[in-house]
Design a protein around this ligand. Sequence first.
Ligand SMILES: [Fe+2]
Ligand SMILES: [Fe+2]
Length: 247
Amino acid sequence: MIFIRIGAMADLHFGPDSMKTYSALFKSAGDDVDMIILCGDLTMRGLVEEVRGLVETMGNARVPIVSVLGNHDHESNNQEEIMDILEEAGVKVLERGMYITPDRSVGICGTKGFCGGFAPSKIAPFGERILKMFINETYKEANKVNRALKSMKADFKVVAYHYAPIRETCTGERCEIIPFLGSSILSDPVDTFKASLVLHGHSHNGKEKGSTLMGVPVRNVALPIHNRRYCVYDTESFIPYAASESK
Ligand SMILES: [Fe+2]
Ligand SMILES: [Fe+2]
């Protein structure tokens, strides 16, 4: 198996004053890592001009970039156009299909995910229709990853979400907002198919490291909790995940 260094980040929130910052960031990432994974909230308000500005800075990267969208990228209902612009710039958008390295050593799938809280206090599909619609969105997102992992043929399997699949990496957030930061429903496919690593963002005040019930390592790569630096993960250091991560 060939090991690679993954550069991961989320919550870029690209806006009118971000050009200089991200030009430098993508340039240095191109020197440090073999590929870049973006875990959503690429833009501030989901504006087309914001994502156009962002892809201009990505030209400095020189390594493959894969991405999922975040809730901010849905804010102006431009998500399809945002995905089109990313794809035109050569970014692999995971909502539209998985990414596998040519030697099949690493496979990446993912989607934005959604919220609803964490076991044992997660929302259940019970009662009002609107509540069922809400939590069914989370099940729908988890099912996309379930299908992708089921068919994925790769040695090291990465799942990228925007929302958190576990509560642990949201530690540090105000307890009132934790149900809106993610859902343990998102960790079900990860555990079922024994993914190698899960990356997410959205929790700006959380912590980096955690693991699912089955011991799959989870990393919160939101830029605000990493001094606005991308995280570097060597796939070699996560194998076998159970030996190093399970407690
Ligand atoms: Fe964010
Ligand atoms: Fe977010």
